[in-house]
Design a protein around this ligand. Structure first.
Ligand code: NAP
Length: 473
């Protein structure tokens, strides 16, 4: 199969093609076009041209296009899940969940399209402001450059395309090189949903080449990026006055207090640690357990994690499959080995076959070990102990990242203290840090990023506030 670029409402050839292979069995999936400077220019020009049309389009029409896309996605959800599963090696059960979430995300975007309004400003609250009617309106920015990662190739695209269309913008989307087919499927769906040509352009190819074009092109008014802190920082440093939203990585932690109901908490934390092989930005990576229940928690956790089925992503029984590349599996293995050499205990896993890395549990890991202080992005967790809640909060905060954190406790004071003191974008009380529904504000502090997604919040980032003041005569 040959996958062309999607520019100005039709598939266009690229100047070169790269083989896309399954991360699980290396089966060839497609020859995918890589955009060069000419194609990038054509995509931006087409988005710029369509931006006038999109800005003038009434809200009910933008909402209708999004609703049409929701309906097509519902009709074609199994096909969508299979695309994700094949190109990302995401277990099919998890891929289906991602498609359901994508549907919800676009449904929220359709609602937000109808809710784009400002407020009246009481100008007479300031001396000299009397005798005026003032109000704000939210205007679209124009062309948005969106760059997305491999791990949620449909839903994280939806978190950019949905609010952009809701707000009347146009988009040039650069999907991750390992997962372009999901993005091209979405382009086709929006075309059939009635989005005008140029409203959404999808160009696969080198992240650096396309990213640098977004940075240097004045027609791109905003860059919305989800991916690694390294690339996010580079974008921030080179974006000048463009708006920038960055959704970056984390080494998410959960605190398990002594009164926790382990029947509920253990399976929940296991799923937060190993879903999609731990390649989720809010995967559980660090678990801090009260010393009074450390042994029992660990025993149950290792038992539960040991039951996960590794295998083919398209197999209905598979829980964990291949990591996105062999390099990533090898990196995880070497970080685990270094931690063990440094004194950590290996309670489960620790190795793999090819790019399928076994669910792994380490105990008592030193906080300076990469597997603790860097983002593992692998099916690896470590369990450490604490004796008091201040100590546990200190461990969680001792991180360069701050996306979300979780705490299981029945102590209301401990819960509220955690809510106040944890340095993260979201605190999940009595749940894992991996919890997300698609309309909640979502984003990080520290190296985990700037700005928020969650449709309503992304719409804020993707619009400019204009004040209108009318002086009575
Ligand atoms: P990545 O390597 O940073 O890639 C993300 C995207 O950036 C890809 O499309 C990539 O293209 C592109 N890119 C690479 N170099 C670039 C450059 N110099 N300029 C502009 N774009 C460039 O990240 P990943 O490995 O795909 O994803 C994993 C990371 O994403 C993890 O850190 C994870 O935590 C984070 N993430 C965060 C969130 C969140 O919401 N906070 C959600 C999901 C993932 P190529 O594929 O062509 O290299």
């Amino acid at each position: 199969m040959k996958q062309d670029l999607w520019i100005n409402g039709s598939f266009e050839p690229g100047n070169e093609y790269r083989e896309l292979r399954s991360p699980y069995n290396q089966e060839k999936l497609a020859d995918v076009a890589a955009a060069g400077s000419e194609e990038i220019e054509a995509a931006i020009a087409s988005a710029e041209k369509a931006s006038k049309l999109m800005a003038a389009m009434p809200a009910h029409k933008r909402a209708e296009i999004l609703e049409n896309a929701v309906q097509i996605l519902k009709d074609e959800k199994e096909e969508c899940a299979r695309i994700i599963s094949r190109e990302a090696a995401k277990p099919i059960k998890a891929a289906r969940t991602e498609v359901e979430r994508t549907i919800t995300t676009y449904a929220f975007a359709a609602q937000e399209a109808r809710r784009l309004y400002g407020e009246t400003i009481p100008m007479d609250a300031a001396p000299g402001g009397e005798g005026r009617l003032a109000y704000t309106v939210k205007e679209p920015l124009g062309v948005i450059g969106a760059i997305t990662p491999f791990n949620f190739p449909m839903n994280l695209v939806a978190h950019k395309v949905g609010p952009a269309i809701a707000a009347g913008n146009t988009v040039v989307l650069k999907p991750a090189s390992q997962t372009p087919l999901s993005a091209y499927k979405i382009a086709d769906i929006f075309h059939r949903a009635g989005l005008p040509a140029g409203g959404l352009n999808v160009i696969s190819g080198s992240g650096k080449t396309i990213g640098d074009s977004f940075l240097s092109d004045k027609r791109i008014k905003m860059i919305t990026f989800t991916g690694s802190p390294e690339v996010g920082t580079y974008i921030r440093e080179n974006a000048g006055l463009k708006k920038v939203t960055l959704e970056l990585g984390s080494n998410s932690a959960v605190i398990v207090d002594k009164d926790t109901d382990l029947d509920k908490a253990v399976p929940r934390i296991v799923s937060g640690a190993y879903a999609f092989q731990g390649q989720v930005c809010i995967s559980v990576q660090r678990i801090y357990v009260h010393e009074a229940i450390f042994e029992e928690f660990t025993e149950r956790f290792v038992h539960e994690a040991g039951r996960l089925q590794a295998g083919d992503p398209l197999d209905e029984t598979t829980d964990v499959s291949a990591m996105i590349s062999l390099d990533d599996a090898e990196r995880a293995e070497s970080w685990v080995k270094t931690a063990v050499d440094g004194g950590a205990k290996l309670a489960l896993g620790g190795s793999g076959e090819g790019s399928v890395f076994q669910p792994t549990v380490l105990l008592d890991v030193d906080k300076e070990q990469k597997i603790s202080c860097e983002e593992a992005f692998a099916p690896v967790v470590h369990i450490n102990r604490f004796s008091g809640i201040d100590e546990a909060i200190g461990y969680v905060n001792d991180s360069q990242y701050g996306l979300q954190a979780g705490i299981f406790t029945k102590d209301i004071n401990a819960a509220l203290k955690a809510a106040r003191e944890l340095e993260v974008g979201g605190v999940m009380i009595n749940d894992f840090p991996t919890f997300r529904v698609d309309h909640m504000p979502y984003g990080g502090v520290k190296l985990s990023g700037t700005g928020r997604e969650g449709i309503k919040y992304a719409v804020e980032e993707m619009t400019e506030l204009k004040l209108v003041s009318i002086k009575y005569e």
